[in-house]
Design a protein around this ligand. Sequence first.
Ligand code: F6R
Length: 241
Amino acid sequence: MRIIHTTDYKDMSRKAANIISAQVILKPDCVLGLATGTTPLGTYDQLAEWNHKGDCDFSQVSTYNLDEYRGLSHDDPQSYHYFMLKNFFEKININLENTHVPNGANPDAAAACAEYDRMVDEAGYPDLQLLGIGRNGHIGFNEPDDVFSKGTHCVDLTQSTIEANSRLFEREEDVPRQAYTMGVQTIMRARMILVVANGTNKAQAVRDMCFGPVTPACPASILQLHTNCVVVADSDALSLC
Ligand code: F6R
């Protein structure tokens, strides 16, 4: 695991965007695994800026997002699909047919998850997987548990995740209680993993991820075993390391 220290959110976003941009330049038809949440927004903005300048071409790239709320359709403004469209895909020259998010509108969890696993498998797994990290060490929606998860599955969100995500909803009651998420095993199959983190509220999780025991009680800790994992974090997020 390599840790890249950055001064602040802007610096973190720019360095993370540089790494993703290098991946796209080196392999124009690469597969990117993407995350939602507030942390990657600056990275997406930076990539969109370089895309407009002609420096980073997404026309052959395909993407697979980590997760989606169960029960929300693709056009629901609170869905992760919609989030990706507004915050990234509509700002770059990507072919929307090459963008993928688990189908939250399919109430049959087993079928929705199996279908997503099949698609990610057929795509050959991400060349680069971008991850944020939850305050409890979750990656995707893989919450602290007794075991590491495998493929895409349906999860009950923990109270801390519901509270953290309620800032994006009008009321906490509106936050869906379940989500479909790529499993830890699938995430680990990406050829490179890039974790972004900023702010003091992530400091404990970043410390546990980088230096704690490898345990499903902190799902991100398994990234210590990945052979090509880079953490790009600001000084606040690294303050306990
Ligand atoms: C989002 C996701 C989550 C977030 C994490 C951090 O697709 O998979 O694991 O990366 O909850 O969220 P932010 O960046 O909002 O702090």
